[in-house]
Design a protein around this ligand. Structure first.
Ligand SMILES: Nc1ncnc2c1ncn2[C@@H]1O[C@H](COP(=O)(O)OP(=O)(O)OP(=O)(O)O)[C@@H](O)[C@H]1O
Ligand SMILES: O=c1[nH]cnc2c1ncn2[C@@H]1O[C@H](CO)[C@@H](O)[C@H]1O
Length: 434
């Protein structure tokens, strides 16, 4: 496992240059493995620039992810193809993107549960999906199914906003038997999306997700939920509040989903409200940057060295140097918030923001898994004497998540093709020292 984020000091995970000869005499404990698990609808993104008239014709609300009937999907595909506006086809799916990005950042294993076409032809969508997924993502537990995986028409409007139209193929046919209990219970986190809860009658993926959640809860593995789209949440906010309260440790959402869930359009107030139901929240807010919020022990809180920020909660970032902890592990829990503006103001040109939120979540998962890795391999470290959900402080996680989101925006694709540079070339290297 690599260090999460950019660090100035080299001692994050104890690394020593051992004498190669002496090393033969001393039994070195082998570091134990760490991984995260994810469940997703296996999808390939078909990206195309479109105008608002096309969205209106297919009744696709801007910004939403809408399920299409097969005939509609074929008509849309034919129209996009004939117009020559398809600009790329990539492996997608919000959790597929997240676990792929996690594996790239951590240079370590993740396990993906989902379906895969039993027969994969060279050049097919299934083939594309497999080719575009990091070799560190363990795909050995995918369920073989008869039929095509899903297609996600990723329609980019003039202003860069993306609207999804899903042709689901057999993406929802995952059955609960394919969720490996041992893998879920041995993982550092189980990551799922709200999309998994909208499968039709007879499709197994919702039940598969609930089974995985049950396994995770039995073993005290954190459950991480990303909300997907505000439209899904608006349909029944109370269902989602209950769902989060009953099952979720860490929530990831953008400010629109935050508004739909809590009724607050201010991302800070939405984050605060969400902490009544879960232990930690990552709230992305587009060009305004992102927030992390969660709990810390009163006696362990650490004051920031940064400027105190104004907001609806005055000086809300005062204790952002604290490490996140689960609420139930705190004797005297306090709520802690941190914010960061886009890294270097954002890339010069943003063609579309697809996947920036997934990138930010992958960074948070990396920090969370790094904590388990360190705890397992250096159990005596004082870092773990008091428990803690993540390896770094709220502030550091903000920086890291923000930096990764920038990379996704700059690459113009939801999946990272490489990790972050070991050293930042730009003058903004100081960013990590502030
Ligand atoms: N216009 C922008 N300028 C600068 N940075 C941006 C911009 N849009 C997004 N970002 C960066 O990317 C992060 C995530 O963006 P955003 O809030 O759009 O995620 P999202 O809506 O969850 O995206 P998706 O669902 O496509 O993954 C932001 O917190 C910010 O760091
Ligand atoms: O219904 C869905 N299920 C799973 N993933 C989805 C769905 N709709 C859109 N995306 C995925 O969201 C990613 C960006 O965050 C896109 O890559 C797209 O594939």
């Amino acid at each position: 496992m690599k260090f999460p984020g950019q660090r100035k000091s080299k001692h994050y995970f104890p690394v020593k240059n051992r004498d190669p000869l002496l090393a033969q005499l001393i039994q070195q404990p082998k570091p134990t493995g760490t991984w995260i698990c994810g469940i997703d609808q296996t999808l390939v993104d078909i990206e195309a620039k479109v105008d608002d008239a096309l969205l209106a014709r297919y009744q696709l609300p801007k910004g939403n992810s809408t399920l299409l009937e097969e005939t509609q999907a074929e008509a849309l595909y034919t129209e996009l193809k004939a117009a020559g506006v398809i600009s790329g086809q990539f492996a997608g799916g919000t959790i597929g993107n997240t676990v792929h990005n996690y594996s790239i950042l951590a240079d370590d294993r993740s396990v993906l549960f989902g379906v895969m076409s039993r027969q994969v032809e060279v050049g097919s969508y299934a083939y594309r999906y497999l080719c575009d997924t990091s070799s560190k993502v363990d795909l050995n537990h995918l369920q073989p199914v008869n039929g095509p995986i899903g297609r996600c028409f990723t329609l980019i409007s003039e202003n860069g906003e993306r609207t999804f139209a899903i042709s689901k193929g057999v993406m929802d046919k995952l059955s609960a038997e394919y969720i490996n209990q041992q893998l879920v219970q041995g993982s550092s986190a189980l990551v799922i999306s709200a999309y998994l809860m909208r499968a039709a009658e007879g499709d197994g993926i919702t039940q598969a997700a609930m089974t995985a959640i049950q396994y995770a809860k039995e073993a005290d593995v954190p459950v991480v939920l990303t909300l997907g789209t505000r439209f899904l949440i608006e349909q029944d906010p109370q269902f989602w509040r209950d769902f989060i309260r009953d099952h979720v440790t860490v929530l990831a959402m953008n400010e629109e989903e935050g508004l739909a869930l809590t009724g607050f359009d201010d991302p800070l107030l939405a984050s605060e409200a969400t902490l009544e139901w879960c232990d930690m929240v990552l709230t992305t807010a587009g060009a305004t940057g992102l927030y992390t919020a969660g709990y810390a022990e009163e006696s362990e809180k650490r004051e920031t060295a940064h400027l105190l920020l104004p907001g609806v909660i005055p000086e809300f970032n005062r204790y952002e140097f604290s490490r996140p902890k689960r609420r139930r592990d705190c004797d005297a829990p306090i709520k802690v918030y941190a914010h960061i503006s886009p890294y270097m103001g954002g890339p010069e040109q943003i063609l579309n923001t697809n996947g920036a939120g997934d990138g930010a979540l992958a960074a948070l998962l990396h920090d969370l898994a790094a904590n388990t890795f360190h705890k397992t391999n250096v159990p005596g470290s004082i870092k773990h004497s008091k428990g803690g959900l993540c390896y770094s402080s709220f502030s550091q996680i903000c920086k890291y998540a923000n930096r990764v989101a920038y990379e996704v925006l700059a690459q113009n694709s939801p999946r990272l093709s490489r990790g972050l540079p070991e050293r930042e070339d730009s003058l903004e290297e100081a960013y990590w020292e502030r």
